[in-house]
Design a protein around this ligand. Structure first.
Ligand code: ADP
Length: 447
């Protein structure tokens, strides 16, 4: 087992990884930008190294600085967390070339799934159903119009290097498609430095359902069930629940089996997530994330499996200690992503936390690096806390979530807590009756 792990990330996820390491008796090295010198992940780690100035590109995305930090502290492994370099195959490769272990999948699987066109082709090869659309990329207006004629409108133009919902444009007519193609390309170029795009049929009424996978690369693959992440704003997840209120046992088993057999065929290693859209009883693959996900805690809550601990064990070459039949699903879990943002305009609201009190009690978990007096810097993602609640039933979970949100005090900045409070009062949400467009409609007053 590793003696020292460098955590190449910040905020709540850095803390999450630190906690798993600590419980395994592993020393931790935190890295931080100048702005994060007083951050909780730095305060709790055994050692810390400043890796650069405030901007992410000069610090958390600064590969030479990270490799130097790992080398001088004598770390034997690096955990990339989520975001930043977590899906950067080159970083994974460099870590290995410097004699350390990258806690994650094989670099070739990271790069394969990072190219969403190649990922879809691979999914088809592995027997996973995909959203109908272009075969490979789309290079011209004429080509795009031809694809749309075949699938029918509306269509969605998506970026090959996509992520975070960027570089995506819906088109409901040929005119919109010609315009949307250019807009998607421009957005993709600006966001990812690559303007390759592809097309999919735009589904009108789907849910976003994803399957959590864990594979040891030694022949054992398990899934930890599904998460329903349909509550989204601008294609970004806001609240997630597990299990999905939309699936019955047979559908759950079907998608679990598809995911397992695909991962076995692929020879995948580490934690990963297969994302699907689900409509009219059918699943359509959209992408695979070759890393831990923000919403991983809800799967942990219903299975009792510590995903970060398993990632670390797998990276150290240890086989999984359980098989699919050992996984017991219990109860229901919901995660609210709490952002430092105005809950109506979603304008970021960085600043100093004047008072902080986090909820507690049975079935309540808060993953957050906040503390009273902490100043949230303006340079990074606005996610400041994940409130995760577990109950024996969905109803118990909802009641518990309501009271936990009531208890939560984060003063000094605006947060999205009021948005979550509004959500849990909505009849459709209480009934589990929502798709990926529902929240946007609610926010725009069309509901
Ligand atoms: P990203 O990598 O940018 O997150 P995804 O492919 O995972 O992109 O899609 C993000 C979200 O966009 C999905 O959860 C869904 O809400 C929406 N989306 C993606 N593809 C489609 C589609 N074909 N039809 C309708 N909505 C889609």
């Amino acid at each position: 087992m590793f003696e020292k792990v460098l955590i190449a990330n910040r905020g709540e996820i850095a803390l999450r990884i630190h906690r798993a390491c600590r419980e395994m008796g592993i020393h931790t090295v935190a890295v931080h930008s100048l702005a994060d010198a007083n951050a909780m992940h730095v305060r709790l780690a055994d050692e810390s190294v400043c890796i650069g100035p405030n901007a992410s590109k000069d610090s958390y995305l600064n590969v030479p600085a990270l490799l130097s930090a790992a080398t001088i502290t004598g770390a034997d492994a690096v955990h990339p967390g989520v975001g930043f370099l977590s899906e950067n195959a080159n970083f994974a490769q460099m870590v290995e070339e410097h004699g350390m272990t990258f806690i994650g999948p094989k670099p070739e699987h990271i790069s394969l799934m990072g190219d969403k066109i190649a990922a879809k082709e691979e999914a088809i090869r592995l027997g996973i159903p995909v959203v109908p659309g272009s075969e490979g990329g789309v290079n011209s207006d004429a080509e795009a119009l031809k694809v749309a004629e075949k699938t029918g409108y509306p269509v969605l133009v998506k970026a090959k290097a996509g992520g975070g919902g960027r570089g995506m444009k819906v088109a409901r007519s040929p005119e919109e498609l010609v315009e949307g193609l250019q807009m998607a390309k421009n957005e993709a170029k600006a966001a990812f430095g690559n303007d390759d795009v592809y097309m999919e049929k735009y589904l009108d009424n789907p849910r976003h359902i994803e399957v959590q996978i864990l594979a040891d690369g030694q022949g054992t693959v398990v899934h930890l069930g599904e998460r329903d992440c349909s509550l989204q704003r601008r294609h970004q997840k806001v609240l997630e629940e597990a299990p999905s209120p939309a699936l019955n046992a047979a559908e759950r088993e079907r998608i679990g089996k598809i995911a397992l057999s695909a991962m076995e065929k692929m020879g995948y290693r580490s934690a990963g997530t297969l994302e699907f859209l689900y409509q009219d009883g059918e699943f359509f693959f959209i992408e695979m994330n070759t890393r831990l996900q923000v919403e991983h805690p809800i799967s942990e809550m219903i299975t009792g499996v510590d995903l970060v601990r398993e990632q670390i064990r797998i990276a150290a070459g240890m086989p999984l200690e359980f098989k699919q039949e050992d996984i017991r699903f219990e109860g229901h879990a919901i995660e609210c992503r709490i952002n430092a943002e105005n809950p109506e305009t979603f304008m970021p609201s960085p600043g100093k936390i004047s008072d902080y009190h986090s909820p507690g009690g049975l079935g309540v978990r808060v993953d957050s690096a906040l503390y009273s007096g902490y100043a949230i810097p303006p340079y990074y993602d606005s996610l400041i806390a994940k409130l995760v609640v577990h109950g024996q039933s969905r109803n118990e979970c909802l009641m518990r979530l309501r009271r936990a949100l009531e208890e939560y005090v984060i003063d000094g900045v605006e947060t999205t807590i009021p948005l979550h409070q509004r959500l849990i009062g909505e009849t459709d949400f209480i009934n589990g009756d929502y798709n990926i467009h529902w929240l946007e409609k609610l926010l725009s007053g069309r509901k």
